[in-house]
Design a protein around this ligand. Sequence first.
Ligand code: SAH
Ligand code: SF4
Length: 342
Amino acid sequence: MALPQDQIPLLALPIEELPGQGYRRGQLAAWLYAKGARQWDEMTDLPKALRAEWAEQYRISEFTEVAPFPSQDGSVKYLFTLLDGQKTEAVYMPYLNRKTICISSMVGCPAGCTFCATGRMGFGRNLTAAEMLDQVLFAAYHQQHAPREIRNVVLMGMGEPLLNLENVFKALERMLHPEGLAMSPRRITLSTVGIPRGIYKMAEWGLEVRLALSLHAPDDETRQRIIPTAHRYSIAEIMEAVRHYYAKTKRRITLEYTLLKGVNDHDWQARALAQHFRGLSVHMNLIPWNPWEGAPHQGTPRAQILKFAAILEQQGIPTSVRWSRGRDVGAACGQLALKQPA
Ligand code: SAH
Ligand code: SF4
């Protein structure tokens, strides 16, 4: 019996290249992506001998172990152990009828943002396309949903997706494929710390997924203080890439801005921030900072969050405040760091 590590991950294959000819291949695709099978024995309409043959060569799951941590607000954090022993996380967030999963694109993250627990961990490795897809499939299975009932995916977990472009692109292809997760591209959001090369690439992809930009400061000096790798790209370079993306796609851009007390939450910064987005269609999400142990920051008080939002609105930037979910189990934005909740 081949070890899982030596098998070909099924989820890594383009849907057209799944094993089996015509009808059989379609059945396998349906078991994986429509019915969410996680075992070969579930695939009862495939001949037993064929299943046994495939079970030798291919693997379905990318995880050796999964620990779920349910939050009081209904969201669930999943801690996944990958085949090489590394770990990553995803968060399932039900809200009324909308089921969203926030997935990771890396183990850890090389960007090192000072306010983010994942940044503090450093970089482990890139996740493969199969590992990203399996986060969605596992969460659906565990929540007793068919995979396609998960209608929204956000790439806002661990890692910087635009520094793992090739694998992210492959995962998105399978999410959008009609025989894959058959998702609407408008319901997939890729969040980036602002890697110009990756933003240009996204404009070329033509996949129509949404772009979310984490700017976190209107000026390079403040930005470099909180995003140590930001000196590689100035805000001007990032905004040039964003303008190109907008000109090419005409799609509204989501902005994310984590408010840190006394660092990036001054009134003048709200006014300066608005200047960057003239002529673009954007929506600003202000994120109250979520605390984690040992962090060198404090969150902006509620009154200043609301004032910052009001200034942006006055300047013509539609703004909402994203009060986080899953804080009690370390599942909120920027708290993902492989820790078990206390
Ligand atoms: N690397 C990508 C996607 C993952 S981070 C990015 O940076 O966009 C997703 C979002 O979580 C980012 O907007 C980030 O600023 C935010 N975030 C990180 N740490 C946070 C924290 N402690 N509290 C609130 N938001 C945080
Ligand atoms: Fe990486 Fe995003 Fe965290 Fe920054 S905020 S360290 S880019 S995951």
